[in-house]
Design a protein around this ligand. Structure first.
Ligand SMILES: [Zn+2]
Length: 337
């Protein structure tokens, strides 16, 4: 069991400290803290073996440029992306007034937030290497699936999912990958960035309507994933069977060398973000969602990198903690290390 170490990773970059930038989006750092507290309680002495803090390092431009345009990278790497942050966190309404933002409460410059978000990418990259070695690694952070080639959106600066996969491909560690995206919102950035790339297959199960699909400004949002599983409001009972069918279709196309799971907790009924209210899964459904994906990948011996992704308000930590408790105690025995 010595191999079962460092399977959950976090870092200083896992904490965005959004209130320090005056940003009032309910993406709270307590989902990281409470998940870690819960794991410390249930794992006891094993906690130190299984959970590790990684350094929050600067990410290399060479890793970003496989996915994003040079113009966009020039802005965000040179600290000139203040307007990008305003757009990414939707801090201005249609009339130009501030929303979700109180400039008087801002005590840090947005450039520091950009540094933290880019540091999260370095953690995701480090975690992708751990996942390859250990068969599974879960990052308390990451999952920026709305970021497009030349701009960020939906609280996502750069697409760490595709960045990590393209890096593993470039260094020859993998050839093919799956992205299984169970966040409430469609993984539109990931679909657009991997369109036409047959080495990366994408599955997204998400709200059938609402942001980003109903936003005419998001023309890239209509790029299909390889498998799209839209769930209508009120049809939550079909969620798990739909996911299972989608996973079976993916498996039917042949194996992959690696999988990234974008495990947003925002489909959970207690999520507080307005734009997630059309999908309301119970804690039992959330638990089964995650176990199903984990079991399917373990069954096919595909290394799994899990990213925390979206989750808003004070209750969503329970989704991550509940899955991780099971995965670290029972799930790991399915990995075949
Ligand atoms: Zn989301």
């Amino acid at each position: 069991m010595v191999l079962l170490v460092h399977m959950v990773v976090h870092s200083a970059c896992s904490r965005l400290n959004l209130p320090e930038y005056g940003i009032e989006v309910p993406l709270r750092d307590n989902r990281v803290e409470k998940t870690l507290e819960h794991l410390a309680d249930v794992l006891g002495d094993k906690f130190k073996e299984m959970v590790r803090e990684l350094p929050c390092e600067p990410v290399r431009r060479g890793d970003l440029v496989r996915v994003h345009s040079s113009e966009y990278l020039d802005r965000i790497l040179n600290g000139e992306a203040t307007e990008d942050i305003v757009q990414i966190y939707e801090l201005r309404d249609d009339k130009g007034n501030w929303q979700r933002y109180n400039p008087q409460k801002r005590v840090k410059p947005f450039s520091e937030l950009i540094r933290t978000l880019l540091g999260q990418v370095s953690v995701v990259i480090q975690a992708s290497e751990i996942a390859l070695k250990k068969q599974w690694c879960y990052v308390l952070g990451g999952g920026a699936h709305h970021a497009m080639k030349d701009h960020g959106a939906g609280f996502c600066l750069v697409n760490d999912i595709v960045i990590a996969i393209r890096r593993l491909q470039a260094q020859g560690s993998i050839k093919s990958a799956w992205v299984i995206d169970t966040d409430a919102h469609k993984g539109d950035g990931t679909a657009a960035l991997t369109q036409g790339d047959s080495s990366i297959k994408t599955l997204s199960i998400h709200m059938a309507h609402g942001w980003p699909l109903d936003d005419p400004a998001r023309r890239h949002s209509f790029v299909p994933s390889d498998i799209d599983l839209p769930i209508e409001s009120g049809e939550e009972d079909s969620y798990l069977s739909s996911l299972e069918e989608g996973l079976n279709t993916l498996v039917g196309w042949g194996p992959a060398d690696f999988a990234v799971v974008v495990a947003g907790s925002d489909p959970y009924v207690e999520d507080e973000l307005e734009s997630t209210q059309a999908l309301r899964l119970s804690i039992d459904q959330m638990r089964e969602r995650d176990r199903m994906v984990f079991r399917k990948l373990a069954e096919h011996h595909i290394p799994q990198l899990w990213l925390m992704a979206g989750g808003y308000g004070d209750a969503v930590w329970k989704v991550h903690a509940s899955f991780l408790e099971w995965a670290l105690i029972e799930g790991v025995t399915l990995l075949g290390n």
